[in-house]
Structure formats: structure tokens, C-alpha cells
Design a protein around this ligand. Structure first.
Ligand code: SAH
Length: 231
């Protein structure tokens, strides 16, 4: 490969595809075989280089069915959880999505290949920064990140067709419900600090809300004005 080509390959989203086989196996055995049927989700997760979103020393575990530690004492969910939450949002190409809890940036990257625009809020500046560097390197140009308390949403960019909260809340934050468009979907883990259930909220065309309970899950706490206190 010429130097120029090599350089271009390093900067493409499918870069360092020594891990392509691992990723295909993840999609096949952990996702498709376990109830993920949304082709857009399977396709996106088949493309996003998950190993680029984890700590260097964890790269060999990036495609295993496990949650992984990132910095600031946070964790990135196992692949099936990301897939389930994304699938539950019933996303359309033209959707505008809000994510609370950028973390590594992995879930935002998965969303960015499915919808038109992703807004993501993270409370730790360091995590937001690292994720933004990854987005730039991998050319995920339709993701905007801000450092703030995501329990309050991102009012300036509302309403959203879908909202995904990737940290555990004591209840569904009112601010997020208010920023959901008519016909919009919101998914959020709700429960105690240690164990939760995924709640899917839908907003009707008339503005009313209905909700259903999906899987039991375990997420790091959502810390903020409409979440948990610092400790
Ligand atoms: N979606 C992430 C997983 C993040 S873990 C990924 O794919 O890697 C949960 C994240 O939520 C952590 O980074 C944590 O710092 C963040 N978080 C917790 N409370 C928050 C709040 N109130 N606002 C924004 N981010 C918050």
C-alpha cells in the first residue's frame, strides 16, 4: 500500500480492520442470534470499530459480551445492551436524537450511522473531549457533544425524535419528557443505584405519554439535578 493510501486507511471508520472478523462475529452471535432484528442497528454495529472506543489495554475484549471500564470510573455497556436500546427507539434516517451520557462515544457513533443528527451530553469534560477526538478521527461528523448536566436535556436543540439515556436514573427526568417530539421515543434505565429496568416511553401525536418496561439492566448512576446526587 502506498503511504498516502495507508494514511487514508488509518483515518477511515473501518480503519485497522484486523478486528473485522471479531466484529462480524459479535453481530452474528451476540446480536442477531439474540433477538436484534433491526437491520440498521446490525449494519451500524458491524461498522463502528468498538475497539477504538475502549482503553488501549482492553482492546482485545472490545468485541466480547462484557461491559468495559472507561475513564472517570464509568463503564461502557456490553454490545447487546447498546443494540437493544437502539433498536427499541425504532429510528428513522431523518431522526434527530439526543443521548445523555456520551461516555466513550461508542453508542453515539452507532446512532450516528443510523440517523441524521446526534446530540450527546456528558458531565465529565475529559470523556467528552476524548469522544470528540474519536468522532473526528473516524469521520462521524453528525455528532455534537456538550459538557453539561444531561438530566436537563439540551433545550436549545429540542424537540428530539428519540432520546436515549445511558446512565441509571431514579425516575424519568421531566425535562427530557418535555423535549420529546410528538411521536417521539425515550429509553432510560430506571431503578436504584445498583439495579434498574429499561423503560421505554412514547409520546403520542397529541402529546400524551405511555410507557412500558423492558429488560432488567445495570448502569452507572445518572448524576444531576433530575438524577442522583453526587453520593
Ligand atoms: N453511552 C456511553 C456509556 C456511558 S456510561 C458509551 O457508549 O460509552 C454513562 C455516562 O453517563 C458516563 O460517562 C457518565 O459520566 C455520564 N453521566 C452521568 N450522569 C450524567 C448527567 N447528568 N449528564 C450527562 N452525563 C452523565
Amino acid at each position: 500500500m502506498s503511504d498516502k493510501k495507508k494514511k487514508a486507511a488509518e483515518h477511515s471508520p473501518e480503519a485497522s480492520d484486523d478486528r473485522r472478523l471479531e466484529r462480524q462475529n459479535m453481530v452474528k452471535y451476540q446480536l442477531a442470534a439474540e433477538g436484534i432484528y433491526d437491520q440498521a442497528v446490525l449494519k451500524s454495529m458491524g461498522k463502528v470499530p468498538r475497539h477504538r472506543f475502549v482503553l488501549e489495554e482492553m482492546q482485545s475484549l472490545a468485541y466480547e459480551a462484557v461491559p468495559l471500564p472507561i475513564t472517570n470510573g464509568q463503564t461502557i455497556s456490553q454490545p447487546i445492551v447498546v443494540a437493544m436500546m437502539t433498536q427499541a427507539l425504532e429510528l428513522k434516517k431523518e431522526d434527530k436524537v439526543l443521548e445523555i451520557g456520551t461516555g466513550s462515544g461508542y453508542a453515539a457513533a452507532v446512532l450516528s450511522l443510523i440517523v441524521q443528527k446526534v446530540y450527546s451530553v456528558e458531565r465529565f469534560a475529559e470523556l467528552a473531549k476524548t469522544a470528540q477526538v474519536r468522532f473526528r478521527e473516524l469521520h462521524y461528523d453528525n455528532i455534537e457533544v456538550k459538557v453539561a448536566d444531561g438530566t436537563l436535556g439540551w433545550p436549545e436543540k429540542a424537540p428530539f425524535d428519540a432520546i436515549v439515556v445511558t446512565a441509571a436514573a431514579p425516575k424519568v427526568p421531566e425535562s427530557l419528557l418535555a423535549q420529546l417530539a410528538p411521536g417521539g421515543r425515550l429509553i432510560i434505565p430506571v431503578g436504584t443505584r445498583w439495579s434498574q429496568e429499561l423503560i421505554l416511553v412514547r409520546r403520542g401525536q397529541e402529546g400524551g405519554f405511555t410507557s412500558e418496561t423492558l429488560e432488567p439492566v445495570r448502569f452507572v448512576p445518572l448524576v444531576g439535578a433530575e438524577g442522583w446526587s453526587e453520593e
